[in-house]
Write a protein of this length. Structure first.
Lengths: 186, 186
């Protein structure tokens, strides 16, 4: 993938994380990325819907990778996921509460409005759920339980980020980390 | 509160639930509500930011009331909250996945962009957390645990709705209901 293409997608991810799909115009993506306007149409001839779908998919891949790296190592799933969520809390605080949920607003704005973006959001969330599920399998959870808890953890972390960004405090995420650990330690 | 005012706010809630803050224009609110354009400026002289902040606050009040009604009665908190979440799953499905999270997109789009709307989102989420907390207190949880779990449940349900709307299926919420019950039954 060319660097310019990648850079346009990353800029789109960052802007939509902060202000959503409808709040982000193509002109702003061009301006923020510093890419020539022609390159936007060259790489994404189908316009905003295409850029967004690909940006969402890239977000999903990158977030899943962050989960995999964050929970890898010797710790069991309960402790590893707890510690990973504490890191997200710090990240949300450090970003000034502008970052931490690249998919949420876009997913809600487009759930019934764009089949193409909705499909990308499903694929992205599935990557996140799978990353948690794999850690649970590695820690000895059964397949069914790992699958269900992969969904549960994704939902809980997603909601925790929403509350932390809204309250301008990492504490909701820290509360989520604490009680999720109780559930996963059973 | 006048009926027209209330109706404009309800229309705003519904539109923003489906397509977010930036995706909803004043003209669309006027058109959907059927209210005369002049009445919009009469009741909300400060424009879109004012309407949104008040709509968010109204959403919070109504959702908190739905939680209170939904979990009231003889059941203990674990069962009552489980059954209430199953009802949300049905509601999200019945709406064609357009409804179920009136605050999410708006909260994310404005967390660092509008102090006024952000404040309304905080108040709204606090009402939701408190509604769950009160049921937990009634079921004998300690004050600290009820407070923390009020936050945890709000985060989890919020994330479950996001996944259910994204996947066009009530099942993520049903999974959330099941495992939350395990945690609350301990």
């Amino acid at each position: 993938m060319s660097n310019i293409r990648e850079h346009i997608l990353q800029t789109t991810c960052n802007l939509m994380e902060k202000q959503g799909y409808h709040g982000t115009g193509l002109n702003e993506i061009v301006k923020e990325s510093g890419a020539p306007k022609g390159s936007l149409y060259h790489y994404f001839p189908e316009g905003k819907e295409q850029i967004t779908a690909e940006a969402v998919w890239q977000s999903g891949r990158m977030t899943a990778k962050r989960i995999q790296n964050g929970v890898s190592g010797g710790s069991n799933a309960a402790k590893a996921i707890h510690d990973f969520i504490l890191n997200i809390a710090d990240h949300v605080e450090t970003s000034g509460f502008a970052a931490g949920s690249p998919l949420t607003a876009v997913a809600m704005e487009t759930a019934t409005k764009s089949e193409r973006i909705n499909l990308a959001c499903r694929e992205a969330y599935t990557l996140l759920e799978t990353a948690f599920k794999e850690k649970l399998l590695e820690s000895g959870f059964t397949k069914t339980k790992a699958e269900e808890l992969g969904t549960f953890i994704t939902a809980t972390v997603e909601g925790g980020i929403i509350l932390s960004r809204t309250y301008h405090s990492g504490n909701p995420l820290r509360t989520v980390a604490k009680h999720l650990k109780v559930l996963l330690s059973q």
